[in-house]
Design a protein around this ligand. Sequence first.
Ligand code: GLN
Length: 288
Amino acid sequence: MRLDAAIASATAHLGDVSESARLDAEILLSTSIDMPRSYLFAHPEDELDSLSLERFETLLARRLDGEPIAYITGRREFWSHELQVSPATLVPRPETEVLVDLALQTIPHDANWQILDLGTGSGAIAIAIASERPLCDITATDISADALAIAAGNAREASLGNTSFIEGRWTTPVRDRCFELIVSNPPYVSDDDEALSGLRFEPRSALASGADGLDDIRILASDCAAILTPGGWLMLEHGATQQTEVARLLSESGWVDIACHNDLVGQPRVTVARRNVTQATIKPSETS
Ligand code: GLN
């Protein structure tokens, strides 16, 4: 079969499961022949050999079964970095680039801040910030050792020398540190959300966060002030209907200058707050 015919036939099949059927078909085909996507357009008349055809059919079957394209190829682009992802990590979402953008608007170009990314997953946020602010040190934590290994590998691949990765739950492994900025895309989906019942590939632990989806944000709202410099920043991604509740939780814990920002499709997505200079910081309990 010719490359262009293979794309056309796969695109027709993928129409039912994917909103980006043609792009998916091209990515799967280029992965099968181990060539960049541009090769497909330069050589549409090339014939697929039987081994490549077999690989293509296997990958196509996985996509038709609903597996995300990023897990099939093991890669996903985020903030111009080609990141490795695995089923131990969430596939980075475009809306999370808003969080990166807000962080970069806040960090001066010549700053040498200590920055913390809590629950880093594939390392997407930490790596994007580290590459844009080479004088800053970015520490990233995650409770999953498997996810951290992926994140550290991504930082190495991006040739970054200003990132470090520490295993542990939320602020637990960095309680003796002090940061100027903390960012996090924590799990924020409520336990009864339909998206979770249909979840077969991504780690539930990276998405689900209790009955109202706010269990982890509650922990961050109460524990982050203790490791932030007075006036330091906290930036949290959250669900499109959670902004009022997130603002209330932060305000109850003494945070100030609380503001919510929309994502690229106009949905409330990231709330920014500052540690009050006089904010009482209770040492977080060892169990949280
Ligand atoms: N935005 C993600 C989704 O809807 C959720 C990410 C998260 O819980 N951190 O799938």
